[in-house]
Design a protein around this ligand. Structure first.
Ligand SMILES: Cc1ncc(COP(=O)(O)O)c(C=O)c1O
Ligand SMILES: [Zn+2]
Length: 427
């Protein structure tokens, strides 16, 4: 593979990196064998081809230092692979989204205490702004000329917006059958939205090929994936901080590649190791749509072998048939006493309306999947209703209007007169 700077698999630091380019990050460490390589645009272990992730030498970090930071993800910059002066560089400054106590939904589902972490209010209306903010920092430090991604939609929106603000050329690749609002939401920020005739896994393969051929391209979820993935940790940090520096008992998280779920778990473990929260057990649950549920299928079969599938679901943002981090999702959910569950497209639609009608939150199909799985987990007794539960809403419903547009609408069309209103019988 060609790289942004140099072939960087030997353990020596990348040439040309400025001091502190990746903050307190020490190296990239293999998740399988622990082998460490120098920080740079690498993503596969040179020893065993396992995935690389960022390893740190953390300094002491206090709650007070974090609380004194900005109300965005950079309040946790000491725990991310970003330089200390990150706030000086234009980015979309995502994060610090609301954590809402969902009393109505809790009552409806029979849960004692439920919170919704609502990431639909990020700059491009999904949690992807978090990962992209970290990837942009890495791309900048590695002197990338092009900022790019294969995407199921939300990532492309976030890359295109962040690149526009940073003044770096963006090229984003999507499956051509993607929802129209997600296409427009990218094209408004970039001249280079490329629709590929194929599913996400085809788009991803193409991106890997381009990353191998072209110099100077930072593909956020390919060759700078280790840095990108760290952005999802901020969801976990925020949940803990917003709960008053403690961890929830149970958390339900959607799964596409599985990166978000594994990084929220990493965040919780880091907070415990740093003494920022009390050590306690917590259960992690993964949510998929039945039409693309390779991880849920493996979970239910009690196997580690995840069989790739061809996606067929309205939850297009979760439609990754061959999830890179699926195996780690299985491990985390099993070890923590959680589970991975899936629901039908009809249940996804129902759950979108349920969340809207109970909590005033309009979620996209990914959130419908997560809330619907939460409901199914309660009904099947897999979730303990007496424990405090957090459910993550990762994206906004305006991006997937078609999912519910034939289920909801005007109750009546009337003439603009009081008599017509009375005659309609609405009251
Ligand atoms: C709205 C939304 N939620 C959840 C996910 C799942 O993310 P991951 O690939 O980290 O599992 C995605 C991925 O694109 C998404 O767009
Ligand atoms: Zn390895």
């Amino acid at each position: 593979m060609s790289t942004l700077l140099d072939e960087n698999t030997t353990g020596t630091p990348s040439k040309g990196l400025r001091e502190g380019a990746f903050g307190n990050a020490r190296a990239l460490a293999c998740r399988e064998c622990g082998h460490e390589v120098a920080l740079g645009p690498s993503y596969a272990c040179p020893e065993c081809f396992g995935p690389l992730e960022v390893a740190y030498d953390f300094p002491t970090v206090t709650r007070e230092e974090i609380a004194a930071g900005p109300r965005n993800i950079w309040r946790y910059k000491a725990l991310l692979p970003v330089p200390d002066d990150i706030e000086q560089s234009p980015n979309t400054e995502p994060g610090f989204t609301r954590l809402l106590e969902a009393k109505n939904l809790a009552r409806e589902l029979g849960l004692e205490k439920l919170w919704v972490k609502d990431d639909s209010t990020n700059p491009t209306n999904s949690f992807k702004d978090r990962v992209v903010a970290c990837a942009l920092s890495a791309a900048r430090e590695l002197d990338a000329k092009v900022f790019a991604c294969p995407s199921t939609g939300n990532l492309a929106n976030a890359v295109a917006a962040a690149g526009a603000r940073a003044g770096i050329k963006t090229v984003v690749f999507i499956p051509s059958n993607l929802e129209k609002p997600k296409q427009v939401n990218s094209a408004v920020f970039t001249d280079h939205l490329v629709a590929v005739d194929g599913n996400y896994d085809d788009v991803n393969k193409l991106a890997s090929e381009i990353a191998g051929e072209e110099e100077g391209w930072a593909f956020v979820n390919v060759n700078v994936r280790p840095f990108y993935a760290e952005g999802s940790k901020t969801l976990g940090y925020e949940i803990a901080e917003q709960l008053g520096w403690r961890l929830p008992d149970q958390i339900v998280i959607p799964v596409a590649s599985g990166s978000q779920l594994t990084k929220v778990d990493k965040a919780f473990k880091e907070l415990i190791a740093l003494g920022l929260v009390e050590d306690k057990p917590y259960k992690v649950f993964g949510a998929q749509a039945t039409g693309c549920s390779p991880v849920s299928v493996a979970y239910k079969a009690g196997t580690d072998a995840i069989r790739p599938v061809k996606p067929d679901t309205i939850a297009k943002s979760l439609a990754i048939g061959n999830p890179a981090d699926g195996i780690y999702v299985l491990d985390i959910c099993r070890r923590s006493g959680g589970a991975v569950e899936d629901i039908t497209d009809d249940e996804v639609r129902e759950a979108i309306v349920l969340l809207a009608r109970t909590e005033g939150i309009f979620t996209e199909t990914a959130g419908g999947t997560t809330v619907g799985v939460l409901k199914k987990l309660v009904e099947s007794g897999q979730l303990d209703t007496s424990l405090e539960t957090v459910v993550i809403n990762t994206g906004h419903g305006l991006k997937t209007l078609d999912a519910v547009s034939d289920r909801v609408g005007a109750v009546a069309t009337i003439a603009p007169s009081y008599d017509a209103f009375v005659a309609s019988g609405i009251l």
